[in-house]
Structure formats: structure tokens, C-alpha cells
Ligand binder design. Sequence first.
Ligand SMILES: Cc1cc2nc3c(=O)[nH]c(=O)nc-3n(C[C@H](O)[C@H](O)[C@H](O)COP(=O)(O)OP(=O)(O)OC[C@H]3O[C@@H](n4cnc5c(N)ncnc54)[C@H](O)[C@@H]3O)c2cc1C
Length: 288
Amino acid sequence: MLKSVRDYHYPGSLDEATSLHDRESRSFFIAGGTALALSDSSRPVELIDISRLDLDGLEVDRKNGRIIIGATTKIQTVVENNAIKSVLGGFLAESLEEIGSYPIRNAGTLGGSLVRPFPWSDVIPILSVLDTEIYYYHEGETDSRSISNLYDSDFRPTLNNAVIEKIVINLPEAGKTAATFSKFNRSEFDVAALNLGCSITVNESRITEAKLSAGARPMTGKRISDVEEALIGEKLTVEIAKEGGELAGDKTPVRGDNKLSEEYRKELIEKMTEDAIREIINEVANEN
Ligand SMILES: Cc1cc2nc3c(=O)[nH]c(=O)nc-3n(C[C@H](O)[C@H](O)[C@H](O)COP(=O)(O)OP(=O)(O)OC[C@H]3O[C@@H](n4cnc5c(N)ncnc54)[C@H](O)[C@@H]3O)c2cc1C
């Protein structure tokens, strides 16, 4: 718990929120507070509550082919939304439901998962296999950045001082892309010991785009470009699923920790990748 909260602000605008943040080095934006509550620091802090800034929208904009999720939208709200369930074969609703327990999803927000993600975050591999753009407010302006570049070291100072406004997911052409997410954990509510997101786009029976992201390795989610590149141009078959799995086991940087040994993680990545591609084969077959 944060033991020494000195001031608690409810800013009325993004400008006010960011200027309060700038003037105090021990200040934090707070949304659901689920991650901040884990901090055991006793140093005084100032909290800037962004939950009243109207950043809690949720829209499936079919006309422009995108999903817009406000940063302070509760994860459970996304999970339960019928329009979200009806896009991407239900991928987003089903995979976000794997996060923690109902009370955590009901308090935690997507924006709150992004700035300082836990290494075992499910959100990172889930959003990384979609075309996800993060909109943020910094120095008086709104700008956006692809999730694949969000954690570049030269962007860190900006990210640390920005308010995430919304998450925009550009939807792929219907029927050509399928995505899956899997999580290996020791009990239902435990955090991941390994997690994996995968999306594949098929055009005229060949793979035209592949995204694979593994997290809790035990390091934070990372795209596995060797596997992605190897899949492009191939036919989506069980043989290629096996080869993709073997390559993922070989090329994904992993370490051992108190949950899993390095060798076991490698074997799991291999199996989870093969299974993910096999599941996508079935989904694509059902679509067509
Ligand atoms: C018991 C428990 C179990 C969990 N299990 C899982 C799990 O299985 N899988 C998983 O992926 N995650 C899990 N989580 C993480 C959970 O998803 C996050 O704690 C939650 O999403 C954070 O959102 P929040 O609104 O509560 O963030 P807060 O705690 O309010 O903030 C978290 C951080 O983000 C900053 N912040 C918040 N919102 C913004 C914003 N809009 N712009 C800029 N900075 C912002 C804050 O300053 C702070 O540094 C778990 C957490 C807990 C406590």
C-alpha cells in the first residue's frame, strides 16, 4: 500500500493533470489504483486521479474499422461489451477475461496496464498481436504511437509523463485474420508463468502477416520476429504449425525463475505456439 499520500487531486482537464504531474516529482496518475496499491513505498506521494476526465469511452466503429477504448475504461467493461464480443472472433473479450479475477478487472483499467507493465502482463501480448495505437497527451498535445514502439528507450521520458487517453485497435479485413491468446499459470487467479498471443492473416491461402508475442518469459511481452518472418508466404498447415513452434522454442529469449526453469519455458513456448497456430487453422477453416 502507498503509506504516505500527501495530496489527492481531481484535475478537471488533461492540461491540469499534466501540469500537476510536472510540478511534483513524486506524483502519480491514478486510475483504478490496483497496481499502485501494490507499491510499498513510504515516501510521500501526490496522486492525480484521472478517472473523471471522460476517458472511459468504448466504441466499435465499424464504419472506420476500428475499436476505440478509453484509457480509464475498466477491463471488465471491455470483456462484457457485446460489440467487442462480435469482432475479431471474440478474441479481445475472451483474452482480456484471462486477466486476474473479476474484482481486479472491475477496478483495473487498460491504460493503467500500459505505462509500467508488469513483466507477466497479459495485456502486452494481447494488444501486441493486433494493430494497436496508443493515444497519449503530453506537453499540451495529443499524439499516438504504435504499441510496438511504446517501450523504446528514447520514448520512456515522454511515456512516464504522459496521460494515456485511449487505445485504438485497427480491425483487419473480416474473415482473413484470426487471433488467439493462451496463458500458462499455476492456478486460475495466479498471474502468468508464460503467456502468448498470436495472430495470422491469410490471403489466397498463404500467410501474409503473422504476429507472435510472448510474455512472462519471465520478462515483459516481446514480439518474436524470427517466427513471424518465417511464417510469411507459407500455407497455413499443421506442418507449418509444428515448424513455427520449434522455431519459437529456439528463438524466444527466456530465463528460468522460481516458477519455471528455462528449459521448461522453452518447451512450453514451442507447444503453445504450435497449438496457437493450429487453433488459428481451425478458426480460418470455420470462417471460410
Ligand atoms: C491481484 C492482481 C492480479 C492481477 N492479475 C493480472 C493478470 O492476471 N494479468 C494481467 O495482465 N494483469 C494483472 N494485474 C494487473 C492489472 O491488470 C493492473 O493492475 C491494472 O490493469 C492497472 O490498472 P489501474 O487502473 O488499476 O492502474 P493504476 O494502479 O491506477 O495505475 C497503474 C500505473 O499506471 C499509471 N497510470 C494509470 N492510468 C494511466 C493513464 N491513463 N495514463 C498514464 N499513466 C497511467 C499510474 O500512474 C501507475 O503508475 C493484476 C493486478 C493485481 C493487483
